[in-house]
Structure formats: structure tokens, C-alpha cells
Design a protein around this ligand. Structure first.
Ligand SMILES: *Cc1c(COP(=O)(O)O)cnc(C)c1O
Length: 502
């Protein structure tokens, strides 16, 4: 399997090379030249596979230059129960009635779906170095608005041949998210609070990635940068697996028969998670509509409805902060396939996006988009109401991001009357965003004057579920990272930390 850049200005590479580079040097994203297709017989043979077996099967189709035994070993380590994931199924499915099912993606070490990819990525990356004969030590730089940073830290901690430095906005993360990061263990981890917002941190990191002087010093010291966000193919490919797993689990439970259509609802930010569902569908998994759910940062809703992408709009801080994003990087991969791999067309749209913040795809492409996708968004009030509704009707507690998905699904039902069974991607544990969740279920009085750690216990009482181990006792853990830095000094600080400033 070869990987091509969505902008078509560099030669095709192997999977290991694509993962090692993270982003193509023409600014595009590496993506498979051909999406592998499975027959119904092959699909039927997957019904009884364990998560790990299924992962080995799917990843084997994409990462053809990785030896099968190595893949198997890496998958075993990444998804070990109970060491890494709190469920032996890794991503279990629960029913909430009316042919609606929740795919629980949050049983990993940091309680959000990013663990599924970030537990495996370090293995894929270090193996990629070996396969490509690159002996340099990898330095991962991450700017995070909360969930990615912690998931990347847990994934890369003490992984030989790697170091990881995470930057988070000093005032921009929740109490739980901050403590998750500043208490991080591991010999190769650094966490830095940036005196600014997420964009400041993100811009500073992007500058470091392209700073010639820093790159030269890195090279002289045998170091190289890489990225752990979803532009890296190694972060996307593990996510395809759980859509297969969800479908097969519903077949085992006799909720579906092989071949039945299943709609999928995905709360979306960077478009990575829903793109993984698109890959699963292209591979032959019988998925119907891919329902793309946004919060009030609804740039994708407008795009899917009208074909006009326009990021020139106000940015909103919401109760589903991991979806507060106006540039959805992975949409570029979808555009590439939508245009029949027309890299020139993709380049054109991306340069319009860069210069004017907008582009239009035209009616023919829009019609193709509508064959697979539906887009909608939920307001803050709708999100809160949905948490309450699902608790009332199904005794199931869902987090704010998942609630955005369910709220958009209700709109979809009303608009289309399409009663096809539905799988809702549940992207975070409700315990992680407990203040909003408790308020939605028990009212404002229940949260008044309580911090997020007292509320963990309140939510345990309400949900009847145990507090995830990773969050329990977090406020008693030793603070290991206290560095604070102005955005304009980050380059200097990184050089000091890497000891390349001399
Ligand atoms: C990252 C994240 C999302 C958005 O996922 P994308 O792949 O960026 O679309 C949704 N929910 C949670 C909890 C997240 O952490």
C-alpha cells in the first residue's frame, strides 16, 4: 500500500514513511492511494474476532510494510486489559433504545477516544524509524486544548527513542484536564503552561516546527520533530477499527444481520474520527449516513449543507471544548477522494482557505458529499437538554460531546424520518466533563460551590458507575510540571529542554 499527498507535489511513500513524516513536505496529508475493499464473506469472518484480532486484520490491510507479527505485538500492548483499557472489549457497545446504540470510546487511560489511537501511535512511530532506517530520536511537540495532550503523554511516556513536550493554554483547560497533565509521570515528558490561548500555543509550536536554526541544531544532535495530531496517518488508521468492531458487536448481539445498514453519528472537531467512519464505509462495511455533529462552532454544518467552507466567523468557547475548532484539517483527505484524487483541485481550495478563509466546492461535488454525509449542530441548551433526556429515557449518562451527537441525531430523525439503526460515537467519559453533566441531570443546585473532584462523587452516585481510576485521586497526585512560558519564548525553552541551545 502506497501513500500519496493530498496536494500531489511529492512522490508516494510507504506507510512507515508516511507515519514517520507525519505531514507531507508539500503541506498535504498522506493518505492511501487505494482504499482496500472487503467482500461480504470477508466481513462475515470478522463477526467473532476480538478487538485485538480485528485491529490486526484491518491494520494489516493498510500498514503493509509492517511485519504482521510486529503489528500483533504492538496491538496487544496498546489495548491490554486491564493495564491500558478498562474494558476487555476496548470499545464496548450499549443500547439506549429505538435501534440506537452507543459506541463507548472512552475506556482508555485518559478517558477520551484519543487513547485508542495514541496508545498505538508510539509503537507505530518507533517501528517506522526502524523500518525506514532513521536512527534519530523523535521529539513530539503537541499544542493541546485538553484531551490530545494528556492522551499523547500517556502514550509516549517512557517510550525509548522518543521525548514529548506538551503545551496547554494556562487559562484554557478544565481543572481535571490541567491536573491530568501537570501530574504526568515519565522520564521523557515535559508539560508547559503557555500564557495565552490555544491559538497562541498552536502558532508558537508551528513556528518551532519550521524554524531553520532550531531544525539545524536538532539535526546536529541527532533529533527530529514529529507530530501526534490527527494529520498523522498513524493516528487515523487505528480509529477505523472501532467502527468495524461496533458493527460486528451488533451482529453478535443479533441487533443487526450482516449486510444490514447502520447509520453512524460522530461528534466532530478536526474531522478525524468521522473520516475513519468514511474509510470503514469505503472498505465495504455496510454503513449508511455518516452524521457529522458540531457544537456552535458550526463551520462543518454549513459546509455539508451548502458546500461553502467559511472560517470567517466568531469562535465560541463551549461546554464541548474538544470540538471548539474552525479549521478541520482532515476534511482535506475527504476532498481528495471526493474529487477522484484531484490534488490540483485540493491545492486550489486549500490556498483559498489560507488566503481568504473560505472556498466553495460546487454542486456536483456537493451532491456526492450528500450521498454519504449529513451535517447538523447543537446549541449549548440543546446539548444540556439531551444529557437529561438520555438519562431519563435510557438511564445512561453521556458526556457533553456525545450529547452534541445525540442532539443532532434527533434533528436528523425529524428531518428525514430515517429509522435505520444508529451507532453514536461516544468520545469522552461523562466523568471528564462532570460539572456540565451533573448540572444537566441534577440541576444547578447540585453543582453550586463544588469543585470538579467533589462532583466526581456526585456523578458516581447519579450514574451508579465507578469513577474511572485515572481520575480518582487525581487531586492528590504530585504536581511534576510547573513551567509557565510566554508564547514568544517557547522556541528558546524547547532548545533548553532538549539541551541544543549551546
Ligand atoms: C478530539 C475530540 C473530538 C473531536 O474529534 P475529531 O477527530 O477532532 O473530529 C470529540 N470529542 C472529544 C471528547 C474529543 O477529545
Amino acid at each position: 500500500m502506497r501513500y500519496v499527498s493530498t496536494r500531489g507535489r511529492v512522490p508516494a511513500v510507504s506507510a512507515a514513511e508516511a507515519i514517520r513524516q507525519g505531514i507531507a513536505s508539500d503541506g498535504g496529508l498522506y493518505t492511501p492511494e487505494q482504499i482496500p475493499r472487503l467482500t461480504e464473506t470477508e466481513l462475515s469472518a470478522m463477526v467473532d474476532l476480538s478487538y485485538q484480532e480485528l485491529a490486526a486484520r484491518i491494520l494489516g490491510l493498510y500498514l503493509t510494510d509492517y511485519p504482521a507479527d510486529d503489528l500483533k505485538r504492538m496491538i496487544g500492548a496498546a489495548y491490554a486489559f486491564p493495564e491500558k483499557f478498562g474494558s476487555p472489549e476496548v470499545t464496548p457497545v450499549t443500547a439506549i433504545g429505538d435501534g440506537q446504540y452507543v459506541l463507548e470510546l472512552y475506556h482508555g487511560p485518559t478517558c477520551a477516544f484519543k487513547d485508542v489511537a495514541l496508545q498505538l501511535l508510539p509503537h507505530l512511530l518507533t517501528k517506522a524509524s526502524e523500518l525506514t532506517g532513521d536512527a534519530r530520536e523523535i521529539v513530539i511537540l503537541v499544542a493541546t486544548s485538553g484531551d490530545t495532550g494528556k492522551a499523547a503523554l500517556e502514550g509516549f511516556k517512557d517510550v525509548p527513542g522518543t521525548r514529548i513536550i506538551v503545551f496547554f493554554p494556562e487559562e484554557g483547560v478544565s481543572q481535571v484536564q490541567r491536573l491530568q497533565m501537570v501530574t504526568q509521570e515519565g522520564q521523557n515528558t515535559e508539560v508547559i503552561a503557555v500564557q495565552g490561548n490555544f491559538d497562541d500555543a498552536q502558532n508558537a509550536v508551528k513556528q518551532i516546527f519550521t524554524d531553520r536554526e532550531i531544525l539545524d541544531k536538532m539535526a546536529r544532535h541527532g533529533l527530529t520533530f514529529s507530530s501526534a495530531n490527527s494529520i498523522n496517518w498513524g493516528r487515523l488508521v487505528p480509529q477505523i477499527v472501532y467502527y468495524f468492531y461496533g458493527y460486528m458487536a451488533l451482529c453478535r448481539e443479533k441487533c443487526l444481520r450482516m449486510g444490514d445498514i447502520l447509520n453512524v453519528v460522530v461528534p466532530t472537531g478536526n474531522f478525524g474520527n468521522i473520516l475513519a467512519a468514511y474509510f470503514a464505509k469505503q472498505m465495504g462495511l455496510p454503513l449508511g449516513k455518516l452524521i457529522c455533529a458540531s457544537n456552535s462552532n458550526n463551520v462543518l454544518t454549513d459546509f455539508i449543507k451548502t458546500g461553502h467552507y467559511n472560517r470567517n466567523r466568531d469562535f465560541h468557547l463551549t461546554i464541548s471544548p474538544s470540538m471548539d475548532i474552525l479549521i478541520s484539517s482532515n476534511l482535506e483527505r475527504l476532498l481528495f477522494y471526493l474529487t477522484g484524487q484531484n490534488a490540483d483541485q485540493v491545492c486550489d481550495w486549500m490556498s483559498q482557505l489560507k488566503s481568504s478563509g473560505e472556498y466553495r466546492i460546487g454542486d456536483d461535488y456537493l451532491a456526492k458529499l450528500h450521498a454519504d454525509f449529513y451535517g447538523g449542530f447543537a446549541t449549548e441548551a440543546e446539548t444540556m437538554d439531551t444529557i437529561g433526556d438520555v438519562y431519563q429515557s435510557a438511564s445512561k449518562v453521556i458526556d457533553t460531546h456525545t450529547a452534541v451527537g445525540q442532539s443532532v441525531y434527533k434533528q436528523y430523525l425529524q428531518e428525514t424520518g430515517d429509522r435505520t439503526p444508529m451507532l453514536l460515537a461516544s468520545t469522552a467519559s461523562p466523568f471528564k466533563f462532570n460539572a456540565s453533566v451533573v448540572q444537566a441531570i441534577a440541576g444547578e443546585e447540585a453543582v453550586a460551590g463544588k469543585d470538579e473532584f467533589e462532583l466526581l462523587h456526585e456523578l458516581q452516585r447519579i450514574s451508579g458507575e465507578a469513577i474511572p481510576q485515572a481520575l480518582e485521586g487525581l487531586n492528590r497526585k504530585v504536581i511534576r510540571h510547573q513551567r509557565v512560558c510566554k508564547p514568544e519564548r517557547l522556541g528558546e525553552l524547547v532548545q533548553q529542554l532538549l539541551k541544543i541551545d549551546k
